[in-house]
Design a protein around this ligand. Structure first.
Ligand SMILES: Cc1cc2nc3c(=O)[nH]c(=O)nc-3n(C[C@H](O)[C@H](O)[C@H](O)COP(=O)(O)OP(=O)(O)OC[C@H]3O[C@@H](n4cnc5c(N)ncnc54)[C@H](O)[C@@H]3O)c2cc1C
Ligand SMILES: *[C@@H]1O[C@H](CO)[C@@H](O)[C@H](O)[C@H]1NC(C)=O
Ligand SMILES: *[C@@H]1O[C@H](CO)[C@@H](O)[C@H](O)[C@H]1NC(C)=O
Ligand SMILES: *[C@@H]1O[C@H](CO)[C@@H](O)[C@H](O)[C@H]1NC(C)=O
Length: 572
């Protein structure tokens, strides 16, 4: 177990059944320098760094400060609370992250006004990067002062990889340049491409591409960053069954390494680094400055949404229909369609099914085995078929509005793949498990269905081979109720880790999980999130980051480090 503890979270960690105790008396030499240490940079050092980055060094004031004395401002605090469960307020801060667990109560808008606002997991200083040179300055400063280092892009990460107590932060959110190249030429790909700055989100790129007549693979939430955790962690999309995964599109990475040098990684140059960056996990091998990806000619988008409930039929009939949906998934995804849906004991909602180029008749044909079963079972359903002239139109209708998107962030996350073979050989056993979990736990089961064939990749990459076998990735979630006691929310997360995920594992032996949509406390993280690629990724990290400068929970090599109960990061 690599994960141990957080600032001021000693008591809480004891609630996590699988968290191990941190070593109590770390020797200073094996730890990162921490605020308060004699070696912590002096005011003059920070001033010097600020000058180097032309003033773009920000001393952190946590977002929640406006809800606490002496900064309390009632209107601002209320506005903050109103937006707290959605991505945008967090995204627009140099340090804030969306996960309630990683936010902690250090400066929550929901704690009493007279509680002192503290930094908690957040970096005391962050560079708002606008160029490779800013990032290089940050890496060199952190290295020379033995500081913990962290990169934040949008702060969507569920696993705590974009926060770090006592660290120097780099914030990439302002690097939003999108450059379309209609004729990228190389030995590995010729055709249209887009060069994306480190801070580009789906919301930034899609409109630019649409205008130029293209579309691209990106996440279902327009506010997720493309170049940070998404592409580096694999990245699934409603276009995946047609074009492949996010990292499959990677042509060229520009990256600042742990020694501060700026290099390019492509399928032919620094090939091992290219392989690792394309799927081997965000923030692990270097700080990415830009990523060039393959893009596609835009055009007609076929879509569908569907809803049915057990109303008027038996629960058994309802779950038979859920079974029919899953029996149809391999054929649906082989046809080039992908789907996102939510299954519970009271409703089955799909929104959307996506297939580039599909006519209305084709969308109906793809779903026919399901609708036939629904008719036979006398289950009433809504089925809406949509046609849009471009991908952005389709995307905005189902997943918009841009830039925030539809998905709230008050969630904890656990993940599990469902291999195609399970849907083909034990569909009933699998759906029985979904039913059991829906009827007996508080978890929500979000699911994405797609097929990501290896042949779609620009070049070999480190996306877990388990993705290639998977028909589904399950996003098992519990609500993180902002304002509720941390223990209550953690108890919910414990149910996810101790009940929901083990039940899913039982019916999907060896299937693994998507490391971006999973839990930090999974003791099997190496195998589940990286599979057979782990050792090779570890060796590549050693080559490019020999002292494990880049660290975050569940990152390759993260088990060399542990966060102490006071927040300090130390070698084990
Ligand atoms: C509402 C929501 C919807 C989502 N939808 C999808 C989806 O449809 N498909 C999907 O695949 N995933 C999805 N995700 C998961 C998402 O891919 C991950 O949370 C991902 O880590 C987010 O990356 P980010 O850069 O935006 O976030 P951050 O939290 O800022 O960063 C994530 C990680 O990437 C690192 N990083 C960021 N920028 C850089 C950089 N320039 N160089 C090196 N490392 C960097 C950070 O250090 C951190 O380790 C979703 C998440 C949420 C919360
Ligand atoms: C905050 O205010 C509450 C209610 O007035 C009081 O009970 C508590 O002692 C105060 N806490 C601090 C840290 O001042
Ligand atoms: C289908 O469209 C109708 C009319 O716009 C809408 O009310 C309904 O919610 C839609 N159903 C689904 C499943 O999208
Ligand atoms: C059907 O399932 C729902 C949700 O779990 C439950 O509340 C209801 O009692 C069940 N109905 C029957 C007849 O078992």
């Amino acid at each position: 177990m690599s994960f141990t503890s957080l600032t001021k979270w000693g008591a809480l960690v004891s609630l996590l059944s699988i968290a191990s105790a941190a070593p109590s008396a770390p020797s200073q030499g094996s730890c990162r320098t921490y605020p308060g240490d004699a070696a912590w940079p002096k005011a003059a050092d920070w001033t010097g760094l600020k000058k180097t980055v032309s003033g773009r060094l920000v001393k952190t004031v946590p977002l929640g400060a406006v809800c606490h004395d002496p900064f309390y401002d009632e209107a601002k605090c209320q506005a903050l609370k109103d937006g707290w469960a959605m991505p945008l307020v967090h995204e627009d801060s140099s340090t804030a992250v969306m996960s309630g667990y990683w936010q902690t109560d250090a400066c929550s808008p929901y704690t009493p006004r007279n509680q002192t606002c503290e930094l908690g997991n957040y970096a005391p200083y962050t560079i708002t990067a606008t160029s490779a040179a800013d990032i290089q300055a940050g890496v060199k400063f952190a290295q020379s002062k033995n500081l913990r280092f962290v990169v934040k892009n949008t702060g969507h990460d569920f696993l705590g990889r974009s926060v770090g107590s006592g660290s120097l932060g780099i914030w990439t959110h302002k690097m939003t340049n999108v450059q379309v190249n209609t004729n990228y030429k190389s030995s590995y790909y010729n055709g249209p491409a887009a060069k994306l700055g480190a801070g580009v989100r789906g919301a930034d790129a899609l409109p630019v591409l649409q205008k130029a007549g293209y579309r691209m693979v990106g996440g279902s939430c327009p506010s997720v960053g493309l170049v940070g955790g998404y592409h580096q962690g694999g990245g699934h999309s409603s276009l995946t069954s047609t074009y492949g995964m996010g990292a499959d599109q990677a042509l060229e990475w520009e990256v600042v390494l742990a020694d501060g040098s700026l290099v390019t990684a492509t399928p032919t140059k620094n090939q091992d680094l290219y392989w690792a960056l394309s799927g081997g996990g965000g923030g692990t091998y270097g700080v990415v400055v830009s990523l060039t990806v393959r893009i596609y000619k835009d055009g007609l988008m076929g879509g569908a949404s569907m809803l049915f409930t057990p109303e008027g039929v038996s629960n058994d009939s309802y779950w038979k229909a859920v079974e029919a949906w899953h029996a149809n998934v391999p054929a649906m995804t082989d046809a080039g369609a992908a789907a996102g849906y939510l299954v519970s004991s009271t409703s089955f909602l799909v929104a959307p099914v996506t297939k580039p180029g599909a006519s209305e008749a084709e969308m109906r044909r793809i779903l026919k085995p399901v609708t036939t079963t629904l008719d036979n079972l006398k289950i009433k359903y809504q089925l809406n078929i949509t046609q849009f002239p471009t991908y952005l139109d389709h995307y905005s209708f189902f997943l918009g509005p841009l830039p925030g998107g539809v998905y709230p962030i008050d969630r904890t996350m656990g993940g599990r793949f469902v291999p195609r073979s399970v849907l083909q050989k034990n569909n009933k056993g699998f759906v029985d498990t979904l039913r059991h979990l829906s009827e007996t736990t508080d978890a929500f089961l979000g699911i994405v269905a797609m097929s990501s064939k290896a042949s779609k990749a620009v070049a070999p990459n480190s996306i877990s081979p388990k993705w290639r076998d998977a028909s589904l990735s399950i996003l098992a979630q519990t609500q993180w109720k902002f304002g509720e006691a941390t223990q209550v929310n953690v108890a919910q997360m414990d149910e996810l880790n101790n009940v929901v995920i083990p039940a899913l594992e039982k019916v999907t032996p060896g299937a693994g999980a998507y490391g971006n949509e999973a839990n930090f406390a999974n003791p099997n993280w190496k195998k589940d999130y990286y599979d057979v690629n782990y050792d090779k990724l570890r060796a590549i990290k050693k080559k490019y980051d020999s002292k494990d400068f880049f660290y975050g929970p569940t990152m390759v090599g993260s088990d060399a480090w542990a966060v102490q109960s006071d927040g300090r990061l130390c070698r084990k």
